[in-house]
Ligand binder design. Structure first.
Ligand code: ADP
Length: 407
């Protein structure tokens, strides 16, 4: 079953075509085709790139009046243009959409209906940069593929809908919770995949298996997973809470913004920009939000880059400890996404500081691990895994599950 996956962000729309078959354990097959459009805030131009499996990207520029204009060209590139991989749109069996925010109502992936679209629309106020474009992607796909091709919404928040109330409800006036202020959690599709894959790699039944998944990319979050269900996570009402990230602060004293408003004349937009775009690794180092550049600058003796790395590691260790406590113990720690997969010194420092939990790393294996392997030392009580992030695959997998369940 060929499934087109669409993943809209604040400045990109990524797409891939996946062949989703029966559930077979093991690494997912590579995408048949991938494309992405990227746009700046003001330039009026999007860069579109697309490639067939195993080939180089072919790039071109598109004039766009708004990001919406980039959606149809990305979808059409599957069957037309130099990187086309399908003979006609009729070969697409379904479209799986990543939707960042599903709110309280959307607790699992769902076939798109007018009601589901309404719910996605109702959550635009919680995730304005994402849900709006994602809704437009659904409408564009409907318009070009017609009503016979099923569309499935896969929510980043859904995997966290099992959070127990003490993890979900903030200790603030209860009316805020009733009005929708709650811990929703994000990166759910990645945590769901990584936790299932961790059990698979270790040959464990998910029942009784306690794993902390560490999604460390530009955004970063942890999930505590027991019996295949999420019981705690670090991101909250928005993706700003929790770990230090590339350009996001993660958790800070909530009185800091109040102080800045009262005494430094900050407004909501300035605070939003400062905490989301000018903080984290970038804010502390003054160099970059990209971990590769931080590691390189720290190695050259740059003190602020070193401090940025140290804060990142310190907060990671502290939050993993919190997740392990929420699980009442830990059987496995799984690292995934750009930094999780590719930053051996961070994994080493985190595991050394967590030795008190029974974690012992095989330092040799940690240096250049194969993806989807166990890099713990034989005597380690806790297994340590490096798992290649496969959000698009998980979206295709969920999409197929929803469609076949309805047959
Ligand atoms: P996104 O959240 O946008 O999907 P990724 O999962 O691609 O992001 O992760 C991007 C992050 O991964 C960046 O901070 C990048 O520096 C980091 N990264 C990628 N390769 C390496 C590496 N070899 N060493 C350290 N960090 C890396």
């Amino acid at each position: 079953m060929k499934i087109l996956v669409l993943n809209g962000g604040s400045s990109t729309l990524k797409a891939s075509l996946r062949e989703a078959g029966d559930d077979s354990p093991g690494r997912p097959p590579a995408p048949l085709w991938e494309a992405a459009a990227e746009w700046g805030r003001t330039s009026g131009v999007a860069r579109l790139r697309a490639r067939r499996a195993g080939e180089a990207y072919i790039e071109n520029e598109l004039p766009i009046a708004s990001p919406t204009d980039a959606i149809l060209p990305v979808i059409r590139a599957v069957w037309s243009g130099p990187s086309a991989v399908l003979g006609s749109p009729g070969e697409i069996a379904a479209v799986g959409h990543r939707i960042v925010h599903g709110g309280k109502a959307c607790r699992e992936a769902a076939r798109v209906t007018p009601e589901v679209k309404e719910q996605i629309r109702a959550c635009i106020e919680f995730a304005p940069e994402h849900n709006q474009l994602e809704l437009e992607a659904i409408e564009a796909a409907e318009s070009i593929l017609g009503p016979a091709v099923p569309q499935v919404a896969v929510f980043d928040t859904a995997f966290h809908s099992t959070l127990p109330l003490p993890a979900k409800v903030y200790p603030v006036p209860y009316e805020w919770y009733e009005q929708g202020v709650a811990r929703y959690g994000f990166h759910g599709t990645s945590h769901q995949y990584a936790s299932r894959r961790a059990a698979q790699i270790l040959g464990r039944d998910p029942a009784g298996f306690r794993v902390v998944t560490c999604h460390l990319g530009n955004g970063a979050s942890l999930a505590a997973v027991l019996d295949g269900k999420c019981v705690d996570t670090t991101m909250g009402f928005t993706p700003l809470e929790g770990l230090m990230m590339g350009t996001r602060s993660g958790s800070i004293d909530p009185a800091i913004p109040i102080y800045l408003v009262r005494n430094r004349g900050y407004g909501a937009d300035e605070l939003d920009r400062a905490l989301n775009k000018e903080s984290g690794l970038k804010g502390v180092s003054g160099i970059s939000g990209d971990m590769r550049e931080i590691v390189a600058a720290a190695a050259e003796g740059n003190e602020r880059a070193r401090l940025a790395f140290e804060i990142y590691a310190y907060r990671l260790v502290r939050e993993i400890g919190g997740m392990a406590a929420s699980l009442g113990g830990i059987d496995a720690l799984a690292f995934t996404a750009g930094i999780g997969e590719n930053c051996p010194p961070l994994r080493r420092i985190a595991c050394e500081r967590l030795a008190f939990l029974g974690i012992a790393l095989d330092r040799q294996k940690n240096r250049a691990p194969e993806m989807d392997t166990d890099i713990a030392a034989p005597e380690s009580r806790v297994r340590v895994l490096v798992i290649h992030a496969e959000e698009d695959w998980e979206i295709a997998h969920e999409c197929r599950r929803v469609i076949t369940a309805a047959l």
